[in-house]
Design a protein around this ligand. Structure first.
Ligand code: SF4
Length: 211
């Protein structure tokens, strides 16, 4: 089975298993997704979703966050961990949106990537979820599952995994596939104790075949 055949089978199986594929972070506007994804580094999505309503109650817009002192942002986002750097990045990012983009989120990958605190993962997430463009979000679940299933060969670097996946995943499928990797990585293919016996991918998975 080639990697291309394997990934097409994985896409079909996971679609049946998880019909709803969407971001697990709560947001109403594109700029809020940028804030949430920055807060989600080394933190759970559930914790982020508890904190962001408190942040938006005090700072309900890009302009309000841009005008805030980073210490005021940090006081609220501290429970997400890495408070000082996350608050600093959010502050800088919102200031750029306010000053250069009229409070809007830019629509190209390159512009997103140039924003303070925005990496490839965040830029892809916004491209896919907000703008409906082809995107591949290589988070920890995606990287673990792709290596286990055999879609990549012992590659842990997010950018390299992304590059390999672009070669085999139909562009229009990438964004939803990555959301489904997260769901499957939480429910079945959990870290260090994958539940291969009940997994819908067992017959197309390299790890399961090698057991
Ligand atoms: S068969 Fe096992 S290792 Fe492969 S995806 Fe399923 S749970 Fe993960």
């Amino acid at each position: 089975m080639t990697k291309k055949q394997r990934v097409l089978a994985v896409i079909e199986r996971l679609k049946k298993e998880y019909p709803e594929a969407s971001c697990t972070l709560a947001y109403e506007d594109a700029w809020q997704l940028l804030v949430s994804v920055r807060l989600a580094a080394q933190c759970t999505d559930a914790r982020v979703d508890q904190i962001t309503p408190l942040l938006y109650e005090k700072f309900p817009s890009v302009a309000a966050l841009a005008a805030a002192d980073p210490s005021e942002i940090e006081a609220i986002v501290r429970p997400c961990g890495l408070g000082p750097s996350k608050a600093r990045d959010i502050s800088k990012c919102m200031r750029v949106l306010h000053e250069q983009y009229d409070d809007q989120v830019p629509t190209t990958f390159e512009e997103l990537l140039a924003l303070p605190g925005v990496g490839r993962k965040s830029a892809n997430l916004v491209m896919g979820d907000v703008f409906g463009k082809p995107a591949i979000v290589t988070d920890t679940h995606c990287i673990r599952l792709c290596n286990l299933i055999g879609l990549v060969d012992n590659i842990k670097d997010p950018a390299k995994v992304e590059r390999e996946l672009w070669k085999i995943v139909p562009p229009e499928e990438g964004n939803d596939l990555c959301h489904r990797f997260v769901l499957h990585g939480r429910a079945v293919c959990v870290a260090r104790r994958p539940q291969c016996d009940v997994c819908c991918l067992a017959d197309v998975c390299k790890h399961a075949a090698a057991r």
